[in-house]
Design a protein around this ligand. Structure first.
Ligand code: ATP
Ligand code: MG
Length: 321
């Protein structure tokens, strides 16, 4: 659906995207995560043609996105709803008219019975039927973001691009908005590309994610692949440390990233090897509907070999710290 091939972009001397390649499948929720200034927003703006790029290629549904053909670009943009961090709502318009705005822009009548039904249905979808005539200043941040989502969907796009859609919201409202995006993805089959610096967002809704640093994709995969056993740069980004570990014995970190996490590996190991060890650190987290995580155990020096062999046999990833 969306394909980037070696996309390069600079602002003057500043190279912001240094050869980005990624493929986003139909109906996927795909995340782009990375530090401030990594180039995430620029990348998103290139995808929907708000920003030009110097080399490489971006295609949507097989069609190149390019400023060289403004008419085609406008048609492509109609197919890509966009949600911004700052909501971008018009204060003088109520919820209904804010949602209807893109239709007005495209010269589509907004007062016909069909249009009314569509707009009202979308407002209902985002749970704001009781606020349909409220002005943005009368809404909370989460409610404003819901209006922005309804507005982004009003032209029936196949793609939804979200730039930090939840960064301004508190954790509970963030969860609600993410559940809404997930519902939209499932019910309407819309492909969603989310740009964020919030790990929570990626963990909760993304099927795949790219980690961007200084305009380069450093890692790509399922969120659990990136975050449970992170590469050095992702670890730095997450600012994750495994706390104080014992100075004696051997500390082994176990990673549970797939079905193995359902097995009672730890208790089985203690019993079948007839050894004792202590658990020094652990972290289990929700990734969409599964729980994955990591555990550090401290084993006796003389047990190290058999523990490692046992973990290999059980296909548990491990690392001696
Ligand atoms: N219009 C512009 N002109 C010049 N430089 C720009 C422009 N837009 C962005 N940049 C620069 O490009 C780099 C990437 O910016 P971008 O907004 O893509 O980062 P980001 O990953 O979205 O960061 P954040 O998490 O803070 O939103 C930054 O160094 C920024 O200063
Ligand atoms: Mg940004």
């Amino acid at each position: 659906m969306i394909e980037l091939k070696n996309v390069k972009k600079n602002f003057g001397d500043l190279e912001v995207l240094k050869g980005i390649s990624m493929t986003i499948q139909d109906h996927e929720i795909y995340g782009i995560i990375g530090q401030s200034g990594a180039g995430k927003s620029t990348l998103l703006r290139c995808v929907n043609g708000l920003e030009d790029y110097q080399s490489g290629e971006i295609t949507v549904d097989g069609e190149p996105v390019s400023m060289k053909d403004p008419q085609k670009l406008r048609r492509q943009q109609k197919n890509m709803g966009m949600i911004f961090q700052n909501f971008n709502l018009l204060n003088r318009l109520d919820v209904y008219d804010n949602v209807a705005l893109p239709m007005k822009f495209w010269g589509i009548p907004t007062k016909t019975p069909e249009a009314k039904k569509k707009i009202e249905d979308l407002i209902e979808l985002v749970g704001l039927s009781d606020k349909i005539h409220a002005r943005p200043r009368e809404l909370s941040g989460g409610q404003k973001q819901r209006v922005a989502i309804a507005r982004a969907l009003v032209l029936d796009p196949e793609i939804l691009l979200c730039d930090e859609a939840t960064s301004a919201l508190d954790p509970a409202i963030t969860r609600e908005i993410l559940a809404l995006l997930q519902e939209i993805n499932e019910k309407m089959g819309i492909t969603i590309l989310v740009v964020t610096h919030q790990m929570e967002v990626v963990k909760q809704i993304c099927q795949r994610v790219s980690f961007l640093k200084d305009g380069t994709v450093l890692a790509e995969g399922r969120p659990e692949e990136l975050f449970v056993k992170p590469i050095k740069e992702v670890k730095q980004f997450l600012q994750e440390e495994s706390g104080h570990l014992p100075d004696t014995g051997i500390n082994i970190q176990l990673f549970f990233t797939d079905e193995s996490s359902d097995d009672p590996v730890i208790t089985m190991m203690a019993r079948s090897l007839d050894i004792n060890f202590s658990i020094c650190w652990g972290k289990l987290e929700d990734f969409r509907s599964s729980v994955f995580g990591s555990l550090v155990i401290n084993v006796q020096e003389e047990d190290k070999e058999k523990v490692c062999a046992y973990l290999d046999e059980k296909k548990v990833l491990w690392e001696v710290l």
